[in-house]
Design a protein around this ligand. Structure first.
Ligand SMILES: [Zn+2]
Length: 452
Protein backbone atom coordinates (compact mmCIF):
# COMPACT_ATOMS: atom_id res chain seq x y z
CA UNK A 1 0.00 0.00 0.00
CA UNK A 2 1.34 3.46 -0.81
CA UNK A 3 2.19 5.68 2.08
CA UNK A 4 2.15 9.43 1.89
CA UNK A 5 5.02 11.05 3.77
CA UNK A 6 4.13 13.62 6.42
CA UNK A 7 5.28 16.51 4.15
CA UNK A 8 3.09 15.12 1.34
CA UNK A 9 0.07 14.95 3.67
CA UNK A 10 0.73 18.51 4.83
CA UNK A 11 1.02 19.65 1.23
CA UNK A 12 -2.29 17.92 0.35
CA UNK A 13 -3.92 19.58 3.36
CA UNK A 14 -2.65 22.96 2.11
CA UNK A 15 -4.23 22.31 -1.31
CA UNK A 16 -7.55 21.55 0.40
CA UNK A 17 -7.24 24.62 2.60
CA UNK A 18 -6.70 26.90 -0.42
CA UNK A 19 -9.65 25.33 -2.16
CA UNK A 20 -12.18 25.20 0.66
CA UNK A 21 -10.99 27.88 3.05
CA UNK A 22 -10.35 25.80 6.22
CA UNK A 23 -7.45 24.08 7.88
CA UNK A 24 -7.65 20.30 7.54
CA UNK A 25 -5.77 17.46 9.15
CA UNK A 26 -4.90 14.42 7.06
CA UNK A 27 -3.78 11.29 8.88
CA UNK A 28 -3.05 7.72 7.91
CA UNK A 29 -5.94 5.52 9.06
CA UNK A 30 -5.69 1.75 8.64
CA UNK A 31 -4.91 1.29 4.92
CA UNK A 32 -6.22 4.72 3.97
CA UNK A 33 -6.49 8.35 5.03
CA UNK A 34 -8.70 10.22 7.40
CA UNK A 35 -9.60 13.85 6.73
CA UNK A 36 -10.71 15.98 9.67
CA UNK A 37 -11.34 19.66 10.20
CA UNK A 38 -8.43 20.96 12.28
CA UNK A 39 -10.55 22.82 14.81
CA UNK A 40 -13.55 20.49 14.94
CA UNK A 41 -13.77 17.19 16.81
CA UNK A 42 -16.92 16.14 15.11
CA UNK A 43 -16.70 13.39 12.48
CA UNK A 44 -14.33 12.85 9.57
CA UNK A 45 -14.18 11.76 5.96
CA UNK A 46 -12.51 8.45 5.29
CA UNK A 47 -10.64 7.37 2.16
CA UNK A 48 -10.32 3.67 3.04
CA UNK A 49 -8.07 2.58 0.22
CA UNK A 50 -5.25 4.39 -1.52
CA UNK A 51 -4.31 3.67 -5.10
CA UNK A 52 -0.64 2.80 -5.67
CA UNK A 53 -1.02 3.81 -9.35
CA UNK A 54 -0.99 7.46 -8.24
CA UNK A 55 2.63 7.08 -7.17
CA UNK A 56 3.81 5.62 -10.47
CA UNK A 57 5.45 7.43 -13.39
CA UNK A 58 3.80 6.09 -16.52
CA UNK A 59 0.65 6.65 -18.56
CA UNK A 60 -0.76 3.12 -18.51
CA UNK A 61 -3.13 3.55 -15.61
CA UNK A 62 -6.57 2.03 -16.06
CA UNK A 63 -9.46 4.38 -16.63
CA UNK A 64 -13.12 4.50 -15.82
CA UNK A 65 -15.94 7.03 -15.43
CA UNK A 66 -18.21 7.96 -12.57
CA UNK A 67 -21.69 9.24 -13.18
CA UNK A 68 -22.07 11.66 -10.29
CA UNK A 69 -25.62 12.68 -11.16
CA UNK A 70 -26.82 9.09 -11.17
CA UNK A 71 -25.36 8.65 -7.70
CA UNK A 72 -27.13 11.78 -6.43
CA UNK A 73 -24.13 14.16 -6.52
CA UNK A 74 -23.47 17.22 -8.65
CA UNK A 75 -20.93 17.19 -11.42
CA UNK A 76 -19.67 20.75 -11.98
CA UNK A 77 -19.41 20.20 -15.74
CA UNK A 78 -22.64 18.19 -15.84
CA UNK A 79 -20.84 15.19 -17.29
CA UNK A 80 -19.63 11.89 -15.84
CA UNK A 81 -16.23 12.38 -14.18
CA UNK A 82 -13.09 10.75 -15.57
CA UNK A 83 -12.03 8.24 -12.90
CA UNK A 84 -8.40 7.46 -13.61
CA UNK A 85 -6.44 4.76 -11.86
CA UNK A 86 -9.27 2.23 -11.62
CA UNK A 87 -10.94 -0.20 -13.98
CA UNK A 88 -14.16 -0.45 -12.00
CA UNK A 89 -15.64 1.67 -9.28
CA UNK A 90 -17.29 0.38 -6.12
CA UNK A 91 -20.98 1.07 -5.71
CA UNK A 92 -21.86 3.28 -4.03
CA UNK A 93 -18.73 5.38 -4.39
CA UNK A 94 -19.62 7.65 -1.51
CA UNK A 95 -21.39 6.36 1.61
CA UNK A 96 -22.60 7.86 4.83
CA UNK A 97 -21.63 5.98 8.02
CA UNK A 98 -22.51 6.68 11.67
CA UNK A 99 -20.48 9.84 12.21
CA UNK A 100 -18.51 10.08 8.99
CA UNK A 101 -18.52 9.75 5.22
CA UNK A 102 -16.58 7.16 3.26
CA UNK A 103 -15.20 7.95 -0.21
CA UNK A 104 -14.17 4.84 -2.15
CA UNK A 105 -12.10 6.69 -4.73
CA UNK A 106 -8.60 8.01 -4.06
CA UNK A 107 -9.35 11.68 -4.74
CA UNK A 108 -6.25 12.73 -2.82
CA UNK A 109 -4.00 10.32 -4.72
CA UNK A 110 -5.41 11.65 -7.99
CA UNK A 111 -4.68 15.22 -6.83
CA UNK A 112 -1.13 14.22 -5.89
CA UNK A 113 -0.51 12.45 -9.22
CA UNK A 114 -1.91 15.21 -11.42
CA UNK A 115 -0.64 18.34 -9.66
CA UNK A 116 2.83 16.93 -9.11
CA UNK A 117 3.12 15.55 -12.65
CA UNK A 118 4.20 12.16 -11.27
CA UNK A 119 3.31 10.71 -14.67
CA UNK A 120 6.11 12.67 -16.37
CA UNK A 121 9.07 11.86 -14.14
CA UNK A 122 11.97 10.07 -15.89
CA UNK A 123 10.08 9.71 -19.16
CA UNK A 124 12.09 9.04 -22.29
CA UNK A 125 9.26 9.24 -24.85
CA UNK A 126 9.89 12.92 -25.55
CA UNK A 127 9.46 15.14 -28.62
CA UNK A 128 12.19 16.81 -30.72
CA UNK A 129 12.55 19.60 -28.10
CA UNK A 130 12.89 17.10 -25.25
CA UNK A 131 9.36 17.74 -24.05
CA UNK A 132 6.85 15.24 -22.74
CA UNK A 133 4.10 15.54 -25.35
CA UNK A 134 0.36 15.64 -24.72
CA UNK A 135 -0.22 12.74 -27.07
CA UNK A 136 1.68 10.40 -24.74
CA UNK A 137 -0.23 11.49 -21.66
CA UNK A 138 -2.90 9.43 -19.93
CA UNK A 139 -5.27 12.42 -20.18
CA UNK A 140 -4.96 12.69 -23.95
CA UNK A 141 -5.18 8.94 -24.52
CA UNK A 142 -8.35 8.72 -22.46
CA UNK A 143 -9.93 11.90 -23.79
CA UNK A 144 -9.93 14.06 -20.66
CA UNK A 145 -7.09 16.53 -21.36
CA UNK A 146 -9.67 19.27 -21.78
CA UNK A 147 -11.20 18.42 -18.41
CA UNK A 148 -9.86 19.89 -15.14
CA UNK A 149 -10.23 16.52 -13.40
CA UNK A 150 -8.77 17.63 -10.09
CA UNK A 151 -11.16 20.58 -9.93
CA UNK A 152 -14.07 18.33 -10.85
CA UNK A 153 -13.26 15.79 -8.12
CA UNK A 154 -12.58 18.49 -5.53
CA UNK A 155 -16.01 19.91 -6.38
CA UNK A 156 -17.46 16.53 -5.39
CA UNK A 157 -15.30 16.41 -2.26
CA UNK A 158 -16.61 19.89 -1.41
CA UNK A 159 -20.13 18.48 -1.42
CA UNK A 160 -19.07 15.66 0.92
CA UNK A 161 -17.38 18.20 3.23
CA UNK A 162 -20.54 20.27 3.25
CA UNK A 163 -22.67 17.24 4.18
CA UNK A 164 -20.24 16.12 6.87
CA UNK A 165 -19.89 19.58 8.37
CA UNK A 166 -23.06 21.51 7.43
CA UNK A 167 -22.09 24.37 9.74
CA UNK A 168 -19.06 25.41 7.63
CA UNK A 169 -19.21 27.75 4.69
CA UNK A 170 -17.01 26.69 1.80
CA UNK A 171 -14.77 29.33 0.25
CA UNK A 172 -16.25 30.77 -2.94
CA UNK A 173 -13.90 31.33 -5.87
CA UNK A 174 -14.35 33.64 -8.82
CA UNK A 175 -13.47 33.00 -12.42
CA UNK A 176 -10.51 35.02 -13.68
CA UNK A 177 -8.37 35.32 -16.77
CA UNK A 178 -4.65 35.98 -17.11
CA UNK A 179 -2.84 36.88 -20.31
CA UNK A 180 0.89 36.62 -20.81
CA UNK A 181 3.29 37.22 -23.65
CA UNK A 182 6.67 35.56 -24.15
CA UNK A 183 8.95 38.15 -25.69
CA UNK A 184 10.89 35.87 -28.06
CA UNK A 185 11.23 38.70 -30.56
CA UNK A 186 10.43 42.30 -29.62
CA UNK A 187 11.34 43.53 -33.11
CA UNK A 188 11.33 41.82 -36.47
CA UNK A 189 14.38 43.78 -37.67
CA UNK A 190 16.02 46.00 -35.06
CA UNK A 191 18.31 43.47 -33.37
CA UNK A 192 19.33 41.63 -36.52
CA UNK A 193 22.54 42.34 -38.44
CA UNK A 194 22.27 43.99 -41.88
CA UNK A 195 23.30 40.75 -43.53
CA UNK A 196 20.13 39.09 -42.20
CA UNK A 197 17.98 42.13 -43.06
CA UNK A 198 19.16 41.96 -46.66
CA UNK A 199 18.33 38.26 -46.80
CA UNK A 200 14.87 38.99 -45.37
CA UNK A 201 14.35 41.77 -47.92
CA UNK A 202 15.17 39.38 -50.73
CA UNK A 203 12.59 36.96 -49.34
CA UNK A 204 9.94 39.69 -49.18
CA UNK A 205 10.61 40.69 -52.76
CA UNK A 206 11.34 37.43 -54.55
CA UNK A 207 9.38 34.83 -52.58
CA UNK A 208 6.39 36.76 -51.31
CA UNK A 209 6.33 39.69 -53.78
CA UNK A 210 5.63 41.92 -50.78
CA UNK A 211 6.92 45.38 -51.77
CA UNK A 212 5.66 47.03 -48.58
CA UNK A 213 7.60 44.62 -46.35
CA UNK A 214 10.64 44.95 -48.66
CA UNK A 215 10.71 48.72 -48.14
CA UNK A 216 9.72 48.60 -44.48
CA UNK A 217 12.59 46.32 -43.42
CA UNK A 218 15.46 48.83 -43.95
CA UNK A 219 13.25 51.75 -42.91
CA UNK A 220 12.46 50.11 -39.55
CA UNK A 221 16.07 49.07 -39.02
CA UNK A 222 17.29 52.64 -39.71
CA UNK A 223 14.66 54.48 -37.68
CA UNK A 224 14.50 52.42 -34.51
CA UNK A 225 17.93 52.72 -32.99
CA UNK A 226 16.52 54.41 -29.86
CA UNK A 227 13.08 52.90 -29.59
CA UNK A 228 10.94 50.32 -31.34
CA UNK A 229 9.31 51.52 -34.55
CA UNK A 230 5.54 51.81 -34.62
CA UNK A 231 5.63 50.01 -37.95
CA UNK A 232 7.49 46.99 -36.60
CA UNK A 233 5.18 43.95 -36.91
CA UNK A 234 6.46 42.55 -33.60
CA UNK A 235 6.05 45.81 -31.71
CA UNK A 236 2.53 45.08 -30.50
CA UNK A 237 3.21 45.99 -26.88
CA UNK A 238 1.19 49.21 -26.70
CA UNK A 239 -1.74 47.52 -28.43
CA UNK A 240 -1.59 44.53 -26.05
CA UNK A 241 -1.54 46.82 -23.03
CA UNK A 242 -4.46 48.85 -24.46
CA UNK A 243 -6.52 45.69 -24.93
CA UNK A 244 -5.68 44.38 -21.45
CA UNK A 245 -6.51 47.69 -19.80
CA UNK A 246 -9.81 47.89 -21.65
CA UNK A 247 -10.81 44.56 -20.10
CA UNK A 248 -9.36 45.09 -16.63
CA UNK A 249 -6.48 42.67 -17.21
CA UNK A 250 -2.78 42.95 -16.48
CA UNK A 251 -0.48 41.66 -19.18
CA UNK A 252 2.65 39.78 -18.15
CA UNK A 253 5.66 40.05 -20.49
CA UNK A 254 8.39 37.45 -20.08
CA UNK A 255 11.89 38.37 -21.34
CA UNK A 256 14.70 36.12 -22.52
CA UNK A 257 17.89 36.90 -20.59
CA UNK A 258 20.46 34.51 -21.98
CA UNK A 259 21.72 32.76 -25.08
CA UNK A 260 22.13 29.01 -24.84
CA UNK A 261 21.08 28.07 -28.37
CA UNK A 262 20.26 29.47 -31.77
CA UNK A 263 16.60 29.11 -30.74
CA UNK A 264 17.06 32.05 -28.38
CA UNK A 265 16.39 35.73 -28.81
CA UNK A 266 18.44 38.28 -30.73
CA UNK A 267 18.18 40.96 -28.05
CA UNK A 268 19.90 41.55 -24.72
CA UNK A 269 17.81 42.63 -21.73
CA UNK A 270 20.28 45.45 -20.97
CA UNK A 271 19.76 47.09 -24.39
CA UNK A 272 18.39 50.65 -23.98
CA UNK A 273 15.38 49.82 -26.19
CA UNK A 274 14.44 46.84 -24.02
CA UNK A 275 14.97 48.79 -20.83
CA UNK A 276 12.75 51.54 -22.12
CA UNK A 277 10.15 48.94 -23.05
CA UNK A 278 10.25 47.45 -19.55
CA UNK A 279 9.92 50.91 -17.99
CA UNK A 280 6.91 51.62 -20.14
CA UNK A 281 5.25 48.31 -19.21
CA UNK A 282 5.84 48.94 -15.54
CA UNK A 283 4.56 52.53 -15.77
CA UNK A 284 1.36 51.26 -17.32
CA UNK A 285 0.88 48.74 -14.50
CA UNK A 286 1.82 45.58 -16.37
CA UNK A 287 4.14 42.83 -15.25
CA UNK A 288 7.65 41.83 -16.25
CA UNK A 289 8.91 38.28 -15.87
CA UNK A 290 11.47 35.77 -17.03
CA UNK A 291 11.57 33.52 -20.09
CA UNK A 292 14.58 31.25 -19.45
CA UNK A 293 16.46 30.49 -22.65
CA UNK A 294 16.25 27.26 -24.65
CA UNK A 295 19.16 25.38 -23.07
CA UNK A 296 18.35 26.04 -19.40
CA UNK A 297 15.59 23.58 -18.50
CA UNK A 298 17.97 20.97 -17.07
CA UNK A 299 20.50 23.51 -15.78
CA UNK A 300 19.38 25.12 -12.52
CA UNK A 301 22.49 27.32 -12.34
CA UNK A 302 21.64 28.92 -15.70
CA UNK A 303 18.03 29.62 -14.69
CA UNK A 304 19.35 31.32 -11.57
CA UNK A 305 21.87 33.30 -13.63
CA UNK A 306 19.20 34.51 -16.07
CA UNK A 307 16.80 35.37 -13.24
CA UNK A 308 19.54 37.42 -11.55
CA UNK A 309 20.31 39.17 -14.83
CA UNK A 310 16.69 40.26 -15.22
CA UNK A 311 16.51 41.29 -11.56
CA UNK A 312 19.58 43.50 -12.06
CA UNK A 313 18.02 45.26 -15.07
CA UNK A 314 14.74 45.75 -13.23
CA UNK A 315 16.53 47.11 -10.21
CA UNK A 316 18.45 49.63 -12.35
CA UNK A 317 15.16 50.76 -13.83
CA UNK A 318 13.52 51.04 -10.41
CA UNK A 319 10.98 48.33 -11.24
CA UNK A 320 9.63 46.65 -8.12
CA UNK A 321 7.01 43.91 -8.24
CA UNK A 322 5.42 41.65 -5.65
CA UNK A 323 5.51 38.74 -8.05
CA UNK A 324 8.41 37.54 -10.13
CA UNK A 325 7.38 34.72 -12.40
CA UNK A 326 7.51 33.55 -15.98
CA UNK A 327 7.62 30.65 -18.33
CA UNK A 328 10.18 28.40 -20.02
CA UNK A 329 11.03 29.15 -23.68
CA UNK A 330 9.44 26.47 -25.94
CA UNK A 331 7.65 25.20 -22.80
CA UNK A 332 10.72 22.99 -22.22
CA UNK A 333 10.26 21.25 -18.89
CA UNK A 334 11.75 18.32 -17.08
CA UNK A 335 9.84 17.47 -13.96
CA UNK A 336 10.80 18.13 -11.18
CA UNK A 337 14.28 19.44 -12.20
CA UNK A 338 12.95 22.60 -13.86
CA UNK A 339 10.44 23.21 -11.08
CA UNK A 340 13.12 22.96 -8.39
CA UNK A 341 15.33 25.28 -10.46
CA UNK A 342 12.63 27.96 -10.58
CA UNK A 343 12.14 27.57 -6.85
CA UNK A 344 15.86 27.85 -6.13
CA UNK A 345 16.19 30.91 -8.38
CA UNK A 346 13.78 32.65 -6.01
CA UNK A 347 10.93 32.98 -8.48
CA UNK A 348 7.41 33.28 -7.08
CA UNK A 349 5.50 31.43 -9.78
CA UNK A 350 5.92 29.48 -12.99
CA UNK A 351 3.33 29.30 -15.75
CA UNK A 352 4.88 26.86 -18.24
CA UNK A 353 2.70 23.85 -17.60
CA UNK A 354 0.59 23.26 -20.66
CA UNK A 355 1.54 20.93 -23.48
CA UNK A 356 2.85 22.50 -26.68
CA UNK A 357 1.02 20.02 -28.93
CA UNK A 358 -2.45 20.18 -27.31
CA UNK A 359 -4.16 22.75 -25.08
CA UNK A 360 -5.97 21.88 -21.89
CA UNK A 361 -5.30 20.86 -18.33
CA UNK A 362 -1.85 19.25 -18.13
CA UNK A 363 -1.99 19.50 -14.32
CA UNK A 364 -5.69 18.62 -14.12
CA UNK A 365 -6.51 22.05 -12.74
CA UNK A 366 -6.90 25.71 -13.68
CA UNK A 367 -6.19 26.89 -10.12
CA UNK A 368 -2.77 28.16 -9.12
CA UNK A 369 -1.23 26.00 -6.37
CA UNK A 370 1.86 25.60 -4.18
CA UNK A 371 4.44 23.22 -5.65
CA UNK A 372 5.74 20.00 -4.13
CA UNK A 373 8.80 18.01 -5.17
CA UNK A 374 7.85 14.31 -5.04
CA UNK A 375 11.48 13.17 -5.37
CA UNK A 376 12.74 15.06 -2.33
CA UNK A 377 9.28 14.99 -0.67
CA UNK A 378 9.53 18.70 0.08
CA UNK A 379 7.04 21.52 -0.22
CA UNK A 380 8.45 24.35 -2.33
CA UNK A 381 8.03 28.12 -2.15
CA UNK A 382 7.21 28.44 -5.83
CA UNK A 383 3.61 28.33 -7.05
CA UNK A 384 2.45 26.66 -10.23
CA UNK A 385 0.06 28.61 -12.41
CA UNK A 386 -1.01 26.10 -15.07
CA UNK A 387 -1.14 27.38 -18.63
CA UNK A 388 -4.34 26.42 -20.42
CA UNK A 389 -3.69 27.55 -23.98
CA UNK A 390 -0.84 28.85 -26.09
CA UNK A 391 -1.98 30.50 -29.33
CA UNK A 392 0.16 28.40 -31.70
CA UNK A 393 -0.93 25.10 -30.10
CA UNK A 394 -4.39 25.69 -31.52
CA UNK A 395 -3.58 27.78 -34.61
CA UNK A 396 -0.30 26.44 -36.06
CA UNK A 397 -0.09 23.67 -38.62
CA UNK A 398 2.69 21.93 -36.66
CA UNK A 399 0.26 21.35 -33.77
CA UNK A 400 -3.56 21.29 -33.99
CA UNK A 401 -3.66 23.32 -37.20
CA UNK A 402 -7.07 24.89 -36.61
CA UNK A 403 -5.98 28.21 -38.17
CA UNK A 404 -8.22 31.21 -37.57
CA UNK A 405 -11.67 29.87 -38.34
CA UNK A 406 -14.64 29.21 -36.15
CA UNK A 407 -13.17 25.88 -35.03
CA UNK A 408 -10.13 27.58 -33.49
CA UNK A 409 -12.24 30.27 -31.85
CA UNK A 410 -14.55 27.63 -30.40
CA UNK A 411 -11.63 25.63 -29.02
CA UNK A 412 -10.28 28.66 -27.13
CA UNK A 413 -13.76 29.60 -25.93
CA UNK A 414 -14.62 26.06 -24.80
CA UNK A 415 -11.48 26.00 -22.66
CA UNK A 416 -12.29 29.42 -21.24
CA UNK A 417 -15.84 28.33 -20.50
CA UNK A 418 -14.63 25.20 -18.69
CA UNK A 419 -12.39 27.37 -16.49
CA UNK A 420 -15.34 29.65 -15.83
CA UNK A 421 -17.58 26.74 -14.81
CA UNK A 422 -15.12 25.51 -12.19
CA UNK A 423 -14.40 29.14 -11.14
CA UNK A 424 -10.72 28.80 -11.95
CA UNK A 425 -8.35 30.91 -14.04
CA UNK A 426 -8.12 30.82 -17.82
CA UNK A 427 -4.47 31.50 -18.65
CA UNK A 428 -3.71 32.40 -22.23
CA UNK A 429 -0.28 32.82 -23.83
CA UNK A 430 -0.15 34.98 -26.94
CA UNK A 431 3.30 36.02 -28.16
CA UNK A 432 3.74 39.72 -29.00
CA UNK A 433 5.31 38.49 -32.25
CA UNK A 434 2.22 36.45 -33.20
CA UNK A 435 0.12 39.30 -34.54
CA UNK A 436 1.18 39.11 -38.13
CA UNK A 437 -2.33 39.35 -39.45
CA UNK A 438 -5.52 41.17 -38.58
CA UNK A 439 -6.99 37.70 -37.92
CA UNK A 440 -4.65 37.33 -34.94
CA UNK A 441 -5.73 40.67 -33.51
CA UNK A 442 -9.42 39.98 -34.07
CA UNK A 443 -9.27 36.54 -32.49
CA UNK A 444 -7.21 37.72 -29.52
CA UNK A 445 -9.48 40.72 -28.93
CA UNK A 446 -12.49 38.44 -28.93
CA UNK A 447 -11.02 35.94 -26.46
CA UNK A 448 -10.17 38.51 -23.81
CA UNK A 449 -13.67 39.99 -23.66
CA UNK A 450 -15.28 39.55 -20.25
CA UNK A 451 -18.54 38.11 -21.52
CA UNK A 452 -17.31 35.34 -23.79
ZN1 LIG B 1 9.62 31.56 -26.14
Amino acid sequence: MPQFSTPALNWLASILEERFGFAFTLQPYQAGLKLSLSDCEQGFILFPSLNSAFHESHSDLPHSEWDAAQAGWLSVLEQPLPALGVRELPQPLIEQAADHYVVHYDVLGLTYWMLNRVEEIDRTDLDNHGRFPAIHSHAYKHGYLERPVVDEWLHVLGQVIQKQWPQVELKQHEFSMKVSHDVDSPSLYQFKPWKTIIRMMAGHLLKRRDIKAFLQAPYIKLTSSKQLSQHDPHNTFEWLMDVSEKHGLQSAFYFICGTTSKMDADYQPEHPIIRQLMRRMHERGHEIGLHPSYGTYQKPELIKQEADRLRAVMQKEGIKQNEFGGRMHYLRWQHPTTLQAWNDAGMTYDTTLSYADRPGFRCGTCFEYPAFNTITQQSLQIRIRPLIAMECTIIADRYMNLGYGKEAENKFLELKDTCRKVKGCFTLLWHNSHFNSQQDKDLYAKLVKEDV
